[in-house]
Ligand binder design. Structure first.
Ligand code: HEC
Ligand code: HEC
Length: 165
């Protein structure tokens, strides 16, 4: 009898200790999980780190540039010295305008299905015009042609067929 009580007691103690430990370890989130980004004015503020990374690498590829083209970097070590939230470079501001322009072209001229989710239409993107060069005005393109032609890029997907009815 005494032995079973002892056993019960130790089970209870074990459970109590386990619960306390669990409670200490469980730190309830104060707000919905947020990313660490501080200065998003065009992209969704709750964008995941993975999605933002993808957008930024797309910029690099489409314009044929490195992150430094739009972002402030100090020092010689590329792993540190970044201030991605700063707006010191004009190129970053232009990129914001370009993001809005591209979204506008897609929602105005390529929304053949009258979708309400126009942010999911990506017929036109940075690469459609830029093709691996930063400055795709007539001169930029001419220069690029002279120095060996435009970078070969996969063509953008064809626009969806317009509705027949
Ligand atoms: C063509 C310009 C351009 C290039 C190249 C570029 N970015 Fe950006 N980046 C932007 C713009 C514009 C924003 C702000 C978007 C907004 O306001 O919604 C931004 C925002 C960011 C942010 C969020 C900062 C914050 O706290 O608000 C990070 C992080 C970032 N970029 C990282 C990178 C990395 C890493 C690279 C290189 C792989 C890169 N960017 C290349 C234009 C660029
Ligand atoms: C409809 C065509 C088009 C699309 C789409 C487009 N751009 Fe541009 N972009 C241009 C042209 C043309 C210029 C050169 C403007 C000039 O001559 O002043 C330019 C210039 C820029 C510049 C300034 C480059 C410099 O040398 O100072 C940046 C930065 C830029 N674009 C970023 C982007 C990003 C990021 C996207 C995608 C979100 C994008 N662009 C989509 C046509 C486009």
């Amino acid at each position: 009898m005494l032995a079973t009580n002892k056993k019960k007691m130790s089970v209870i103690l074990f459970l109590a200790a386990f619960t306390l430990f669990g409670m200490a370890a469980y730190n309830p989130p104060k707000a919905p999980r947020q990313n660490e980004f501080k200065n998003l004015q065009v992209l969704p503020k709750d964008i995941s780190k993975e999605a933002l990374d993808k957008v930024m690498h797309n910029f690099n590829d489409a314009l044929g540039v490195k992150c430094m083209f739009c972002h402030v970097h100090t020092g010689d070590d590329w792993r540190q010295g970044w201030e991605f939230d700063k707006d010191d470079k004009d190129e970053k501001g232009i990129a914001r305008l370009m993001l809005k322009m591209t979204a506008g072209i897609n929602s105005t001229y390529f929304n053949f299905d009258n979708s309400t989710k126009t942010d999911t239409i990506h017929v036109v993107s940075c690469i459609t015009c830029h093709r691996g060069i930063a400055h795709p005005d007539a001169k930029g393109i001419a220069d690029q042609m002279q120095s060996g032609g435009m970078k070969q890029m996969a063509p953008p997907p064809p626009p969806p067929a317009p509705n027949k009815n």
